[in-house]
Write a protein that binds this ligand. Structure first.
Ligand SMILES: Cc1cc2nc3c(=O)[nH]c(=O)nc-3n(C[C@H](O)[C@H](O)[C@H](O)COP(=O)(O)OP(=O)(O)OC[C@H]3O[C@@H](n4cnc5c(N)ncnc54)[C@H](O)[C@@H]3O)c2cc1C
Length: 494
């Protein structure tokens, strides 16, 4: 391959724009162009992030926090409240709950969390206590650590367009009409305006249309249909009135899937992700409305296909975002996976001096494919062990969900219980979730194992002492409304 000196990105959704900006910041010598169709528009959903997002935006892209908050009006997310399994609820956080041992105790936290697992780390305790952040001197919210955001997709895209344009990326509003290939090379991109555009590296960020990696190159798509059975979402919302502004996403079990609740400052967004094999669109809508009578807009149905392209980098095309693969937003991983894809892509270009060979692409495809499969298998744990409902859909999930590459990890958990040593049974170096994610779901759903521990009096007393200390920190914390007011004061300094 000749040296990559120019990049053309097809697509201006959050994937294309974040990719453009990451190239500008990390490879400023490359020429970057981006073409997107305003007529086709963006998907307009995708509002929960993980803790990877603020790290990438503020530390890697160097985006100004002040400007970002002003322009996108995000709210904070300390994790996910799962209404899932036999407990009333449990929390998934971006910090450490189970890969930890409280001082004075012999075993890791998971062995003591039978009755209550809501105070294991500060983010979980904050969520439980209705708070967003702990406070420091003078009551200032401590906005750091593993927090994430809820952001409306259109606000994020509009803001990113401005930042991308200002960074020197050439933006075109044009629709790709057709593309031609020779072998694994895409040789011509012909646009509606009559323009032909090209570059040394083409990035397919065209969303579910996957114009280059799918339609033009015909790369095989691997469906995740042995573990993820949902294929549609019906989405609606209402204007916030007196509801508390939670610093978390809620994921609630439904008859034939699950429902998210995403908290914007003035809007509450609900989305029922379901399997069309088990419920019709009409019945899914009826179930959503029965649970959420305040929904005031016309709910829309978004169909999707869970899976990934067998290879994301083929010839002169690399696919990112929804064009590279998709899973339902049960852990809101799409933007984190996109950031992972683009950072690895840039790293592979960098270490090969801009001349990646076929081995480099094969390595990249293995790393990214493994990351997609890890997300698939992690979500599979959510389905396989959720015993909250016994509907036909959930029975099907219990019986038929494959744990994929993580089956042996589950067997190790059954033998060892929630011990951090189970990390050795992970099939490869953990990526997004680490051992934490798996143990959170397994302990959260009270999945049985062979090492239950019955704490003695002394252990109970130590456990309670830690809980009291955690509650005291939460008491001094602030909720999202107070934290938003704090960062909007003229005296606030990041
Ligand atoms: C129901 C649902 C819920 C989701 N929730 C989350 C979530 O909570 N968190 C999360 O991180 N992600 C979520 N996602 C994923 C989310 O969609 C993506 O994270 C994100 O929006 C990236 O989208 P994208 O840029 O890949 O695609 P899109 O936003 O679809 O952008 C595609 C771009 O390509 C352009 N394009 C397409 N074809 C052409 C053409 N022929 N010519 C020119 N331009 C073209 C379009 O105009 C557009 O600019 C969710 C997705 C769904 C379906």
């Amino acid at each position: 391959m000749k040296q990559i000196k120019s990049v053309l990105i097809l697509g201006g959704g959050s994937a294309g724009l974040i990719t453009a900006l990451t190239f500008r910041r990390l490879m400023p010598d490359l020429r970057v162009e981006l073409a997107r169709s305003v007529d086709i528009g963006v998907i307009g959903v995708g509002e929960g992030t993980t803790a990877v997002f603020p790290e990438h935006f503020f530390d890697v892209l160097g985006i100004s926090k002040e400007e970002f908050y002003r322009e996108t009006r995000p709210t904070w997310k300390q994790g996910i409240k799962f209404i899932w399994g036999p407990r009333d609820h449990f929390f998934y956080t971006f910090d450490f709950q189970y890969d930890q041992k409280r001082e004075g105790l012999a075993l890791a936290n998971g062995f003591y969390a039978d009755d209550d697992c809501s105070l294991l780390d500060l983010p979980a305790a904050l969520m439980q206590g209705g708070k967003a952040f702990a406070t420091g001197p003078l009551g200032k919210p401590i906005i750091s650590g593993g927090y994430a955001f809820h952001i409306e997709n259109h606000s994020l895209v509009s803001y990113l367009e401005k930042v991308v344009a200002a960074s020197g990326v050439v933006l075109h509003d044009d629709t790709l009409e057709h593309a031609e290939r020779e072998g694994d090379q895409v040789t011509r991109l012909v646009f509606k305006s009559g323009e032909e555009r090209s570059a040394d590296l083409l990035i397919d960020a065209s969303g579910f249309r996957a114009e280059l990696i799918g339609r033009t190159l015909g790369t095989p798509f691997q469906e995740f249909n042995h573990s993820l059975f949902c294929d549609k979402a019906v989405i609606g919302g209402w204007t916030r009135t007196d509801e508390p502004l939670h610093a978390y996403t809620t994921a609630e079990t439904m008859n034939s899937g699950w429902c998210w609740q995403i908290e914007h400052e003035h809007w509450i967004n609900r989305g029922y992700v379901y399997s069309s094999r088990f419920i019709s669109d009409e019945d899914a809508l009826a179930e959503l409305l029965a649970k959420n009578p305040k929904i005031s807009n016309t709910p829309r149905v978004v169909p999707f296909r869970s899976g990934r392209y067998e290879s994301n980098w083929v010839g002169n095309v690399a696919a990112v975002g929804n064009a590279s693969g998709f899973v339902e937003p049960l852990e809101a991983t799409a933007l984190a996976q996109l950031i992972y894809e683009v950072r690895w892509l840039i790293e592979k270009i960098r270490v090969t001096g801009g001349c990646p060979d076929e081995q480099t692409k094969a390595d990249y495809n293995r790393i990214i494919g493994q990351a997609w499969d890890e997300i698939r298998d992690f979500l599979a744990f959510h389905y396989k062990f959720n015993t909250r409902l016994d509907t036909p859909f959930w029975k099907h999930c219990h019986e038929h969900t494959s744990l994929g590459d993580y089956e042996s990890f589950y067997q190790s958990y059954r033998k060892l219980g929630p011990a951090p040593e189970t990390i050795h049974a992970l099939p490869h170096r953990p990526n997004i979730y680490g051992i934490e994610g798996y143990l959170t779901m397994l302990v959260g759903m009270k999945v049985p194992h062979e090492r239950p521990h019955c704490p003695n009096e002394q252990e109970r007393a130590i456990w309670e002492r830690h809980n009291r200390a955690m509650k005291a920190r939460v008491m001094a914390g602030v909720d999202s409304v107070q934290a938003l007011a704090a960062i909007r004061r003229p005296t606030w300094q990041w």
